[in-house]
Each structure stands twice: as C-alpha cells, then as structure tokens.
Design a protein around this ligand. Structure first.
Ligand SMILES: Nc1ncnc2c1ncn2[C@@H]1O[C@H](COP(=O)(O)OP(=O)(O)OP(=O)(O)O)[C@@H](O)[C@H]1O
Length: 321
C-alpha cells in the first residue's frame, strides 16, 4: 500500500479560459487530515471535483490511491461530501443512507449495522425516520458526512463540512476527523476556516486565486514568526538596536506601576531564537521577570505565505519583461 494517496502534477482546470485551479502539484500522505485552505473562490472545490473525475482537467495529471483519476477501482475507495449538496428531501435519512449503501456496493449483510454505526457517529440516531426536508442545515450536513463514509472509504473528501454547523457540531466533526485519522484513513478537508485547519490538520496546502501557494506540515508552515512578550529590567531601545541581528522588531507595551521593569513585545523569525534571545538578555545584564510566547495570528500566517507568493510572481513578471 503506497504511503501517498493523492499525487498531482500541474493539475489545471479552466472554465472558458478562466482558471478554476491552476498548475497544482501536490502530494497527500496516507493517514493524515490534510487541509486545503483558501478563501471563497480560490479553486478548492474545482480541484476536488477534478480529482474525483467529475470535471476533466484542462492540463496536468493526477493519481488517486495510485491510479489515474477516473479509475473506478480507486474511486470505490473514496468518499465525498460535496459543498452545499441538496439531497432528495422526500427521502428519510435512513432511506438516503440505504440508497447510498447500495450505490457504494456495501454488502447487504453489513448495511444495517454500518448505517446504525454512522447515524450514531454523526449524531442523528433517533432522527433517521424523519424526512430530510424536515432536517436543519446542520442535520443535512451530518447526513451528508454519513453518506460520504458509507462505503468505509480509505480516503474521504469533505468540502466545507462544518459550514452549517454550530460550535458544538464543529467540535463533533473535528472529533470525527480525528477518529478517522486514528483508523488510518485520510481526510482531505476543504476549508476557508483558518481555525478549523489549525485545530485538526497535520498537513496543509494553501490556495489563493487558483494557485497553490505553499504546502507542508502545518506546524512548520505556521512557524513563520514568533512573538514573545517580556517583562524585564534594564532594557532600552538602544539595547534592541544592538540586538538587531536577532530580533525582527521590539515594541514597548504599557507597563503597570505595580510591576518591576518594562514590558515589550518582541518579534523573532523562528521559535528556535527564543533561547538565543534569553541568552543575549542575560549576557547584557538584563533582569528577566516574565517571558510569554505568543502564537502568531492565523491570518498573519496565511497572509505571510500569500504575500511571499505574490512577491515571487511580481519578480518573475519583472524578469520576463
Ligand atoms: N462550473 C463552473 N463554470 C465556470 N466557472 C466556475 C465553475 N466552477 C467554478 N468556477 C470558477 O472557478 C473559480 C474557483 O471556484 P471554486 O468553487 O473551485 O472555489 P472554492 O475555493 O471552492 O470556493 P468556495 O469556498 O466559495 O466554494 C471561481 O472563480 C469560480 O467562479
């Protein structure tokens, strides 16, 4: 069994010459929750629909579970929750799941137990005999997730699975994704919600205006800047100037008269520089009372990578002229 479940090389889908997704080259390892992150209209759904063989790529190629896209054998092992999908609302939840179980080729002997288990997993036990027309948006999203999982897929694409859910529902779907990962399955999560991606995804690809901006482990991608708040005696602007080789910036913060020393917000390039900073301060005779690392705002991480990509594009255009 290959350790890579999705590979694409320059995958592009254009609509009448306009890009849906452009030149996407990425690899998704098995057994992770992979976040495909980008604002509305970035090209996330287009990419997923192309991977599933619902759209034909304009250029490039791709493999799903080691087989070219469109391969039926691979497609059988893949689940899909489309964004804003409308189910046959005259069916009950149970009838919908039975239909999908049949379509997915779930053996008859396994169906009843599989459906019972999934209803429980998505929190719809007891509501399975209600017509879908009577389901709230959140319940429709839950039954959609159950449909995506009915064939016990190795890989599941979830396109904005929590957009209609309240915070409790979001937490439950997050736990469900973690459970799937524990079972060795791979989840490909389309989301425009930075917090969702931060909370569940090990690996992330950021897309913006149809282009892939960056991909990798979220832990590494989010280590683009580190801020620490310190309270210390014996620091001054002159000291920060002397430490310019180490720090990106230093900003004074309000200090209370009740406190010893003054408070500063220091920006460093990487977390590894925090011990270096402490060592330097110690060497300079500074008395350190507090040091609190601050997580960079998720928006800052996102904007950092998008900004870098745009700067690269601008440079490329200039060199072409
Ligand atoms: N069937 C289509 N015909 C023409 N253009 C399309 C079609 N589907 C998508 N697009 C265009 O492709 C671009 C990417 O859309 P896509 O739906 O893939 O983005 P997305 O990242 O999934 O956004 P959202 O989160 O809003 O769904 C958009 O400019 C969109 O208008």
């Amino acid at each position: 069994m290959s350790d890579i479940v999705i590979s694409t090389w320059g995958l592009t889908k254009q609509f009448d010459g306009r890009a849906g997704c452009r030149d996407i080259t990425l690899q998704v390892p098995r057994g992770v929750v992979f976040g495909f992150l980008g604002p509305n209209g970035a090209g996330k759904s287009t990419f997923v629909r192309t991977m599933l063989g619902l759209l034909h790529p304009t250029a490039g190629r791709a493999e799903l579970l080691g087989k070219p896209i469109g391969n039926i054998e691979a497609r059988r092992k893949v689940g899909y929750l489309p964004e804003l999908f409308r189910y046959q609302d005259w069916l009950t939840g149970l009838q919908l799941l039975e239909t999908h179980a049949e379509l997915a080729g779930v053996p008859r002997s396994l169906r009843r137990e599989r459906i019972r288990h999934l209803l429980e997993r998505v929190g719809l036990t007891g509501r399975e005999n209600d017509k879908i027309r009577g389901y709230s948006k959140g319940m429709q999203q839950r039954i959609g997730i159950a449909c995506a999982l009915i064939g016990d897929p190795e890989l599941v694409f979830l396109d904005e699975p929590t957009s209609a859910l309240d915070p409790i529902g979001r937490r439950e779907v997050r736990d469900l994704m973690m459970d799937l990962r524990r079972e060795g399955k791979t989840v490909f999560l389309n989301s425009h919600l930075l917090s969702e991606v931060e909370n569940v995804c090990d690996h992330v690809a950021i897309v913006h205006k149809s282009d892939l901006v960056v991909q990798g482990e979220w832990r590494k991608l989010s280590d683009v800047q580190t801020q620490v708040e310190i309270r210390a005696e014996g620091v001054s602007l002159a000291l920060w100037q002397a430490l310019q080789h180490l720090i990106v910036s230093a900003k004074p913060l309000e200090s209370s008269v009740m406190m010893t020393g003054s408070r500063w917000l220091i920006q460093l390039s990487h977390e590894e520089q925090v011990p270096d900073l402490v060592e330097c301060l110690h060497r300079e005779g500074v008395r350190l009372y507090e040091l609190t690392p601050r997580q960079p705002a998720l928006e800052d991480v996102f904007l950092h990578w998008v900004g870098r990509k745009e700067a690269e594009h601008a440079h490329h255009r200039e060199t072409l002229l």
